[in-house]
Structures are given as structure tokens and as C-alpha cells.
Design a protein around this ligand. Structure first.
Ligand code: ADP
Ligand code: F6P
Length: 358
């Protein structure tokens, strides 16, 4: 028997391929359980501005293969204010929305926990191409963004080989280098330059010189947008110029930017989105809220949102005073293990990029 009569779904922050598959899964599962569903258009601002559409099974037909989000997304500073929150709560009351599934990144989850604290039980589903949420091994959109990135790098490889050139590619990821790191490994780049690991430019130039001397014609270097160079500017373009001026090989620079945030979601993203969407509804119906659905070691599970947010801050060395007060020794140890494993995984792949590109 459903505890909730009506739930709302929203997507917030940067869009990610697979959001539509998650929307579809939440809607279909909830309707199947006899729960009414509404879509909230435009993230938290849709809640503030009362942009609500009633869903039925057919509303989510033919969206599983589409990129972007049919619910639209935005960034809404007003939602962080008490006034904005009150407007959002009024909208929920007006439409009898008993609970919300919010899809997005860590900002979206902070909003979700605020909503829960104001009486609207909310569950988060991690959707961001960056894969930068520590509590979950995987965020919906990451695989699709990497596949698009990899295909585009493959194209650059062809032309670099023809012209004996280097191409430096800047990819998104905010402060997280995983898109750059994984696509560098998968596309045979000579290096990944990421915020998580200090980059030894001198050693890299020497290594490139050796490869050039040994007859290598084409070079690909993948730089994450979060890496900063001189004057705090993005490093990718600077590195490209440095390669050309010091090594005498032509070097081009490409910024893939938002391109890789669009496009049809990969199988992995559709699959994970469906698993997470179904799980979110199951947990709501079991009376759970203020949780984020996670993929841990290949299993779909969930964690308390506050725990997830603090684990994230621990990994990012951004813990705030009092953050750990709410948690027991076991939970803190688990957070530390999560952070350590994430760092170790990144170091391992980073090492492999260098090892396999000599
Ligand atoms: P993401 O969810 O991808 O990290 P943002 O950081 O832009 O993206 O957050 C998405 C939205 O979540 C914001 O526009 C805002 O409406 C809401 N949000 C972000 N941070 C908070 C916060 N500290 N408290 C309440 N809501 C927040
Ligand atoms: O978080 C997803 C993301 O695409 C980041 O990789 C990037 O830094 C940021 O969003 C770009 O934001 P916007 O769409 O506002 O330009």
C-alpha cells in the first residue's frame, strides 16, 4: 500500500544523458504502484514558480533514448533562501505533492535535504557527467559523456597522425578529473592532466621529446577544465602552446565543452538510471527519504544525504566545523575508506595512462 498519493520529479543543475531514462523509470514505477506523478519543470525554480505538469504512462513514452531532460533544468539561487523555500512548499501543498525525487548533483542534494527538513520527503538520484559524488561510484551521465568524448578524440587521432601533430583537448568535469582521466586511458592519450594529481610539466615534455625522437607522429593530451595554469587561467590552451614552442611539433587545442553533455545516453546510463529510478520509488514507498541512491561496488543501494554530503566534503578536503559530530566512529571510518579508495583508484588509472603510452 502506497504511503504517498502523489510524488513530484525534478531535474536540477547541469543536465546529464540518462536523466530522461531516470524520469521514465520513476514515473512508470510510481504509477504502477498506484501513486500519482507530476513533473516539475525547470528544477527548483519550477517548484517556486508552480510549473507543474501531470504525468501519465504515455507522458514518458519515447524519452529513454533522448539526451537532456524533458523536465528542463536550471540553477536557482532563490531556492537557497527561506522565502524561496516557502514558495516551493506552498506549491507542493497546492498540488498535494507528498514527496519529491530530485535528480542532479551535490547542490541538488543540498536542496533535497532542505526540502525534507521543511516537511517534503525527498530522495536524490545522482545525475551528473562529472562523476564527482563521493558516496556513489557512479553518476548517471558519466558513461555517455565519456563515450562521446572518446569518439571525438578518436577523430582527432586520425588527423593528428596524418599531419604529425599534437592535439590538446580540454574536457569538462568541474573540479573532478575523471572524464579526462578515463578517456585519456581509453583513447591512448600520452597524458591526462587532472586536478587530483600534480602534473610534472618538465617530465612530460621530456617524455614527449623521447617519443618524438623514437618516431611517434601523433600525440593526444587530455586536460580537465579544473586544472589552472599561469594567472589562474585554464591550463589546456597554455600547455598546447608550450608543446609547440618547446618541442617544435605543431599543436592544436580543442575544447569539447558542453557538446559531451548532450546526445543519446549509453546503455550503462539507461540501465543505471532505470535501476536507480525504481529503487528511489521503492524506498519512498517504504517510508524512507533524505537519502541518495548510490551505486557501490556494482550494487544499487542508498545512503543518508547528509552522510553523502559530508563524505563528499571529506574527500574534497572541505569539511566544515561540526560536520563529523553527527556520525559515529564506524561511519567516519567508512567515509575515510570511501575517500581513500577513490583517491587510490584515480592514482592507479593515472599511472596506467603513462605506462601504456610510452
Ligand atoms: P548540481 O546539483 O549539479 O551540483 P548546483 O550546484 O547548481 O548543481 O545545484 C543545483 C541547484 O540546487 C541550485 O541551483 C539550487 O537551486 C540548489 N542548491 C544548491 N546548493 C544549495 C544549498 N546549499 N541549499 C539549498 N539548495 C541548494
Ligand atoms: O557539473 C556538470 C558540468 O557540465 C561541469 O562539468 C561544468 O564545469 C559545468 O557543469 C558547466 O556548467 P554550465 O552548464 O553552467 O556552463
Amino acid at each position: 500500500m502506497a504511503k504517498f498519493r502523489k510524488i513530484g520529479i525534478l531535474t536540477s543543475g547541469g543536465d546529464a544523458p540518462g536523466m530522461n531514462a531516470a524520469i521514465r523509470a520513476v514515473a512508470r514505477k510510481a504509477l504502477d504502484e498506484g501513486v500519482e506523478v507530476v513533473g516539475i519543470l525547470g528544477g527548483y525554480s519550477g517548484l517556486i514558480k508552480d510549473n507543474i505538469v501531470v504525468f501519465n504512462r504515455r507522458t514518458v513514452s519515447n524519452i529513454i533514448s533522448r539526451g537532456g531532460t524533458v523536465l528542463y533544468s536550471d540553477r536557482c539561487p532563490e531556492f537557497k533562501t527561506e522565502e524561496g523555500m516557502q514558495k516551493a512548499i506552498e506549491t507542493c501543498k497546492r498540488h498535494n505533492i507528498d514527496a519529491i525525487v530530485a535528480m542532479g548533483g551535490d547542490g541538488t542534494f543540498r536542496g533535497a535535504t532542505d526540502l525534507t527538513n521543511h516537511g517534503i520527503p525527498t530522495i536524490g538520484i545522482p545525475c551528473t557527467i562529472d562523476n564527482d559524488i563521493t558516496a556513489t561510484d557512479y553518476t548517471i551521465g558519466f558513461d555517455s559523456a565519456m563515450n562521446t568524448t572518446m569518439s571525438m578524440i578518436d577523430c582527432l587521432r586520425d588527423t593528428c597522425e596524418s599531419h604529425k601533430r599534437c592535439n590538446v583537448v580540454e574536457v569538462m568535469g568541474r573540479d573532478c578529473g575523471q572524464i579526462a582521466l578515463y578517456t585519456a586511458l581509453a583513447s591512448g592519450a600520452v597524458a591526462a592532466v587532472i586536478p587530483e594529481v600534480p602534473f610534472d610539466e618538465g617530465e612530460f615534455i621530456e617524455r614527449m621529446q623521447e617519443l618524438l625522437d623514437a618516431g611517434k607522429r601523433s600525440f593526444l593530451v587530455i586536460v580537465s577544465e579544473g586544472v589552472r595554469g599561469a594567472n589562474g587561467q585554464k591550463y589546456g590552451e597554455q600547455l598546447s602552446q608550450k608543446i609547440e614552442s618547446t618541442l617544435g611539433i605543431e599543436s592544436r587545442f580543442a575544447r569539447f565543452a558542453h557538446v559531451v553533455r548532450g546526445g543519446s545516453p549509453s546503455l550503462r546510463d539507461r540501465f543505471t538510471a532505470t535501476q536507480m529510478g525504481v529503487r528511489a520509488v521503492e524506498r519512498l514507498l517504504q517510508g524512507k527519504s533524505n537519502i541518495v541512491i548510490c551505486d557501490r561496488a556494482g550494487k544499487i543501494t542508498d545512503l543518508d544525504i547528509n552522510y553523502a554530503l559530508v563524505a563528499d566534503r571529506m574527500y574534497k578536503n572541505k569539511l566544515q566545523p561540526g560536520d563529523l559530530d553527527l556520525f559515529g566512529a564506524d561511519q567516519i571510518a567508512d567515509m575515510k575508506a570511501l575517500a581513500a579508495r577513490r583517491r587510490a583508484d584515480i592514482d592507479t588509472v593515472y599511472g596506467m595512462v603513462a605506462e601504456t603510452s610510452k
